[in-house]
Ligand binder design. Structure first.
Ligand code: PEP
Ligand code: MN
Length: 343
């Protein structure tokens, strides 16, 4: 909101009057004619312009149409190092949950690129619920990802966990990932945005859509070249799923807000057998692409093994996504196949 003052206005008094209406002044600027402009931060209850114009000294008021104007203006596509997310072709991002070794990410890139995956994913820095769980290989993992992706013409998407790591992650990655647990880590959002690159913003498991969009606004306000949203499931009450994939939010972002949104069916379900059906549902809801976890040997994965599609099963999975009326592939690991029964 921009409040323009008359020359004779008592600035302090106007600021007090605005504060009494719940509006905080973020900055005071001069307009072209030497008048004063108060730039006020958006508040959840937007008062009417007429009410503010009654404050003595106020000449005019411009209310922002949206609490997240940069997100609203972004549009449905984001370019990531020459790959268009949100265009006519759906984008596949795939790779391991955690980067574990150079061989592992090389094997993933070599198998995934021929399937049409444009992005190699994998966490070098891992946000883990337990401090005793594998925390990621750190900086060498960034280099392994970059080299493996480059060898196969892929882009890199990887998570940045701390402000300190932003420069290194921004150098290695084409798309910086903000994980679910950090969606409202505002210091990290500011730092990640200021790298000037596109960001994949995963929705917090307990965030409203509005909070998610405002987190995107932080990134754009601090310099991100674009924001791609990622729905990865929210907390539900049913323990039979790791999370609850919010397809309504996907449809809302894609069709109402007209923003690029990716669906992550791996974290949404937690079980590999449910990944393909949820991937299909995500696409049907309007997702611009999918992010799927895979591993050369899921039984040996250092994180999220139960939801990883075996690398050898990715071709079957991708083929089933291409044919809208085919039954989704229920991909199992070898031990699961031998054991039979439900996955
Ligand atoms: C991930 O994609 O590696 C990850 C940790 O996901 P999320 O932040 O959605 O839990
Ligand atoms: Mn994971």
């Amino acid at each position: 909101m921009i409040v323009s003052l008359r020359k004779e206005a008592d600035r302090q008094e106007v600021v007090r009057e605005l504060a009494a209406r719940g509006i905080a002044v973020a900055s005071v600027e001069e307009d072209r004619e030497g008048g004063v402009l108060l730039v006020a931060s958006p508040c959840s209850v937007v008062p009417s312009a007429a009410d503010i114009e009654r404050i003595p000294g106020v000449r005019s008021v411009a209310l922002a149409k949206s609490p997240h104007p940069r997100v609203s203006a972004q549009g449905p596509t984001v370019d990531v190092a020459g790959v268009r997310i949100g265009g006519a072709s759906p984008v596949l991002m795939a790779g391991p949950c955690s980067v574990e070794s150079e061989e592992q990410v090389r094997a993933c890139a070599a198998a995934l690129a021929p399937l049409g995956a444009r992005f190699l994913r994998g966490g070098a820095f891992k946000p883990r619920t337990s401090p005793y769980a594998f925390q990621g290989v750190g900086h060498p993992g960034l280099r392994w990802l970059r080299e493996a992706a480059d060898a196969h013409g892929m882009r890199v998407v990887t998570e940045v966990l701390s402000e300190n790591d932003v420069p290194a992650v921004a150098e290695a990655a084409d798309l910086l990932q903000i994980g679910s647990r950090n969606m409202q880590n505002f210091a990290l959002l500011r730092a990640a945005g200021s790298a000037g690159k596109p960001v994949l913003l995963k929705r917090s498991m307990s965030a409203t859509v509005e909070e998610w969009l405002l987190a995107g606004e932080y990134l754009l306000a601090h310099g991100a070249s674009g924001v791609v949203f990622c729905e990865r499931g929210i907390r539900g009450f049913d323990a039979s799923m790791r999370n609850l994939l919010d397809l309504s939010a996907v449809a809302l972002l894609a069709h109402v807000h007209r923003l690029p949104v990716i669906v992550d069916p791996s974290h949404a379900t937690g079980r590999r057998a449910r990944v393909a059906p949820k991937a299909r549902a995500g696409r049907a809801a309007g997702a611009a692409g999918l992010m799927i976890e895979t591993h050369p040997a899921p039984g040996e994965a250092r994180s999220d093994g139960p939801q990883a599609i075996p690398l050898s099963g990715m071709a079957e999975l991708v083929a089933s996504l291409r044919h809208p009326f085919a039954a989704p592939a229920i991909v199992r690991t070898e031990p699961e196949r031998r054991a039979g029964g439900r996955a």
